[in-house]
Design a protein around this ligand. Structure first.
Ligand code: ZN
Length: 281
């Protein structure tokens, strides 16, 4: 299933794609696409519904972030060798973790504001993993059973805030709008192998990132197991699994986003995002 949230910001309704890719209104069936919706029994209930029997969403309705009520966004840094190399960083011995505030969430086609003092706003296409069942001390072998689904996440990053402004990455990762996710939350049954996906970023039409999840240093199952040794991963938590090479900071010379730039991203089976970057007001 491909689950979405459609409608104005803050007033999104739950939806599901039908066979023709049309959004159907699920609001008569569930209140929202939220952690409670991701329980295996709830997903089974949705699977039994024929989307064609549901009302069609209004033509051209905005899509919001594909999941409401996300508790935490855990991000993995330097999880692709070539990306570590382009940032002149050592390949980490174990997964490098940082967090992104949930207030950064954005719809997949919403504008992304460039903060007033930003000089180095950058793109990072990533496979987002959505937790379906709480995970604590899970083994790698059991880890994927805790996944409800997958989505695209752009781990938008302000490199100067991230690296030069004292302390951790948080300032450069949590600006408003710096976490476009979606368009769809694709349930795990549709993604046979999360390590078999292609990821692409285009900036103003030019391909900048062209990676494969098979190149991850630490795969999805390892990441879930690893993170669950430190904290419980709750239903609805999202893991951003790292970005392949081709970010603006790695270009010669580095290239960063300015108002008017358009970033498009796609991941096999997970759809497409398009973000216009704008000056913040
Ligand atoms: Zn990232």
């Amino acid at each position: 299933m491909k689950l979405v949230r459609f409608g104005p910001k803050g007033g999104e309704k739950p939806g599901i794609l039908d066979r023709d890719g049309q959004v159907r209104d699920l609001s008569g069936v569930v209140a929202d696409i939220a952690p409670a919706t991701l329980a295996p029994a709830e997903l089974d209930r949705l699977r039994d519904i024929d989307p064609a029997s549901l009302p069609v969403a209004p033509e051209g309705a905005r899509l919001g972030s594909c999941l409401a009520g996300i508790g935490k966004i855990l991000c993995i840094g330097l999880n692709y060798r070539m990306h570590a190399r382009e940032t002149q960083s050592a390949v980490p011995a174990e997964p490098m973790l940082f967090m992104k505030a949930v207030s950064a969430l954005n719809g997949p086609y919403d504008d992304v504001p460039i903060p007033r003092t930003s000089t180095q706003t950058d793109w990072e296409v990533e496979l987002g993993v959505v937790i379906g069942r709480p995970a604590k001390y899970v083994s790698e072998g059991q880890a994927l059973a805790h996944v409800a689904g997958y989505c695209i996440i752009d781990d938008v990053s302000e490199r100067d805030f991230q690296k030069n402004r004292s302390g951790q990455f948080t300032k450069g990762k949590s600006c408003d709008g710096f976490a476009p996710i979606g368009p769809w939350l694709v349930t795990a049954d549709e993604i046979a192998d999360p390590q078999g996906l292609a990821l692409e970023t285009r900036v103003n039409g030019k391909v900048r990132q062209d990676g494969r999840t098979s190149d991850m240093i630490f795969g999805v199952a390892h990441l879930i197991s690893y993170l669950s040794q430190f904290m419980t991963l709750h239903t609805g938590d999202v893991i951003a699994t790292g970005t392949p090479d081709g970010v603006g900071a790695g270009m010669m010379p580095p290239q960063f986003l300015k108002a008017g730039d358009v970033v498009e991203m796609s991941v096999t089976g997970l759809g497409h995002q398009r973000s216009l970057f704008v000056a913040d007001d």
